[in-house]
Design a protein around this ligand. Structure first.
Ligand code: 6R9
Length: 651
């Protein structure tokens, strides 16, 4: 925890939507009692256009014998209407999406009116394919406007979308399709990033060869690069021929507030990725409300969230919240290094971007290339910066603040999770001096607690596990197909609380500093990967017997992946085999699961009950060979020296 704090420039404070006094007063009021919290959310629900206004606000119990999470349960609405139709009267020609293509010569501006028409066309076409309310639709898309059109078209007709990150493998896509039993897949011929192509359609074909994917009746393919791709019989349809001639009027499905909106798969500490389910009314109320507070939104903001639509940030803060608020959202197809590392700055100048929301890993990658690239642009349109995904280190914070933001833009460090639907902790800009690395304060209606391993909530300055003691409208409702796992993962460790899986420190001023995951989830470039998932990918290679995967410090990605692997008898360790193992894991999960270090070992450190002691491996992976902590539960203490030998020989 650094003691340095950065007061916010008086000009910003003077123009900010929220004052320090207002935040202090309204926050206290919003958590004073359940009735007060309900009153707060009832007032925020006024930001939404309801078909039927809710009369019941919350209906929540974390008691496992009587468990329920419902918000606005008698309300009815349609999300696409909130994102599109309601802006058509006052602002039909305002840009809804500014799309910047992979190559700097290519961009497109899509107004709310145009986006509305496109969503209606696709919605009608999907209905003709037999997609009905409640059906699941998988999206496997590059960062092109049709990804947002696809999500909104699902919302229009009441289908539940499941966006799968375009960087995931065919295998990962297939598993998600099997779990969700999607009827339809929307994809593109290829993705294009940094002038490199990703074979999206070919991956879909491979995924649909997997057993258990028969639920998929059609694949809609957007023509992006134009390279020829095999189109199979009646199953595959080109997007442009499908929507051609469709009407620009599409009756929105009436959705109950608690009807599902989307599934998004995320990694947990055990087992396969879980389908986090979000519902309609609470999710959008929370998304919109937090968006306005945290980003101090004004009518003329041009807002750029760099997250891919395949992650929750791309759902909540690149798509739903800005569009519901009528804010222009910038979508970038490419990568920050193409054609040069100056690209991000050039995009900011080109589109007059006022708010930039990105991840520490991207900031570190740009920082490493030096200041000159960023200084090719003037970035004078910027007024606010945000970060998300992982703790930001003070050097990266300083660089973001001083170089990217020219020392006049506050940085909002936003802590949240796929499960939370929206931001829970952040400094509302203008209300508090910033501390680099701290997510600072709870948002309205959120009651965080720091809890020790015995389950005691700690007072004052403290360090422990982060839990939330109440509910908020954007909270996930279940794990798709596995409600029991939902209860066990989040509500059983500390009864009566939502358990986040993160460690936290609360300082003397009551500000929160996230310290990272306390479970077996890695955070690689701000993306979650379960050690169990990677281990089972390694185990599935014919040359291996067993693997243990841990995180290790990584300069750019924040956390890198380190695998300790035992080979089958007769297999010989070689650089070639290691490269092959890495290729195997990347093709099983996706390129983000790159193994940064591989140690071939004869044994793994296990407890007498057979559990791998990852703590020891984490220390070794970080090059720490002494002070390994309590080793008394280790079944065979001689393994430590053997492991140290292997690691030392390789580093
Ligand atoms: C939104 C998102 C969630 C995990 C979370 C935590 C880490 C996110 C953070 C942060 C420190 C921040 N995390 N934001 N850690 N400071 N501002 O990233 O969702 O992909 O589900 O990841 O990311 O560990 O538990 P998700």
């Amino acid at each position: 925890m650094t003691q340095k704090s950065f007061p916010i420039a008086p000009e910003f404070v003077a123009a900010a939507n929220t004052t320090a006094e207002q935040y202090a007063r309204d926050y206290q009021q919003s958590i004073a009692s359940t009735e007060d919290t309900d009153a707060f959310w009832a007032s925020r629900a006024e930001l939404i256009d309801w078909i039927k206004k809710p009369t019941i606000i919350s209906n929540v119990s974390y008691d496992l014998d009587d468990f329920r999470i419902k918000w606005f349960e008698d309300g009815e609405l349609n999300l696409s209407v909130n994102c599109l139709d309601r802006h058509l009267k006052a602002n039909p020609y305002k840009p809804a999406i500014i799309w910047e293509g992979d190559h700097p010569s290519l961009h497109k501006i899509i107004s709310f009116k145009e986006l509305h028409a496109e969503v209606c066309r696709l919605g009608n076409a999907m209905r003709k394919l037999g997609i009905k309310k409640g059906d699941r639709v998988s999206l496997y898309m590059p960062m092109i406007p049709e990804a947002i059109v696809g999500m909104l078209a699902c919302a229009r007709i009441g289908a539940v979308h499941s966006v799968v990150f375009g960087g995931f493998s065919a295998e990962s896509l297939g598993n998600r399709i099997i779990d969700s039993q999607s009827k339809l897949v929307i994809t593109a011929d290829e993705g294009l990033r940094g002038n490199k192509r990703t074979p999206l359609k070919a991956n879909v074909d491979r995924a649909l060869d997997m057993e258990g994917t028969d639920s998929v009746k059609n694949v809609i393919v957007v023509h992006r690069t134009g390279n020829s791709v095999p189109m199979s019989g009646r199953r595959d349809i080109w997007y442009h021929t499908l929507v051609e001639g469709e009407s620009e009027v599409c009756k929105p499905e009436v959705m109950n507030a608690e009807d599902p909106l989307f599934l998004l798969y995320t990694s947990g500490s055990t087992g396969k990725p879980k389908g986090v389910l979000h519902t309609t009314g609470g999710y959008i109320t929370y998304a919109l409300s937090t968006f306005r507070d945290v980003f101090d939104i004004k009518d003329d903001d041009i807002y750029w969230c760099t997250a891919d639509v395949g992650w929750v940030t791309g759902h909540t803060y690149a798509t739903y919240a800005p569009l519901a608020n009528g804010t222009t959202t910038v979508m970038f197809e490419g990568v920050p290094e193409y054609p040069t590392w100056a690209r991000v700055g050039h995009i900011i100048d080109k589109h007059n971007i006022s708010i930039l929301y990105t991840a520490p890993t991207a900031i570190r990658a740009m920082m490493k290339e030096g200041d000159n690239f960023v200084r090719e642009s003037n970035r004078s349109s910027l007024r606010l910066l945000g970060t998300v995904g992982e703790p930001i280190n003070p050097e990266a914070w300083d660089w973001y603040y001083n170089v990217v933001g020219s020392a006049h833009c506050p940085i909002v460090d936003t802590w949240w999770q796929t499960e939370t639907g929206g931001i829970l902790l952040a400094p509302i800009p203008g209300t508090v001096a910033l501390k680099p690395g701290a997510a600072m304060n709870p948002l309205y209606g959120i009651k965080p607690d720091v809890i020790d391993t015995d389950g005691t909530a700690l007072e004052g300055p403290a360090e422990g596990n982060l839990v939330i003691s109440n509910s908020w409208p954007g909270q996930m409702r279940t794990i798709y197909n596995d409600h029991q796992r939902f209860l066990e993962t989040y509500f059983t460790t500390y009864p009566g609380y939502y358990f986040t899986g993160d460690g936290v420190q609360r300082d003397e001023d009551g500000h929160y500093w996230i310290t990272g995951r306390v479970d077996d989830v890695l955070n690689v470039s701000g993306h979650r990967l379960g050690t169990a998932e990677i281990e089972s990918a390694v185990d599935s290679h014919p040359s291996t017997v067993e693997a243990a995967v841990v995180g290790m410090p990584h300069e750019i990605r924040g956390e890198g992946i380190c695998a300790f692997i035992i080979l089958k008898a007769g297999e010989v360790a070689s650089e070639q085999l290691k490269a092959e193992l890495n290729r195997h894991v990347r093709s099983e999960i996706g390129p983000i699961a790159n193994l940064d270090a591989i140690y071939i070992v004869d044994v793994l450190p296990k407890t007498r009950s057979g559990k791998i002691m990852r703590r020891i491996l984490r220390n070794l992976a970080a090059g720490q060979y002494v002070g390994l902590g309590d080793l008394s539960t280790l079944a065979d203490s001689s393994v430590i020296n053997k492991l140290i030998e292997v690691v030392k020989a390789e580093r």
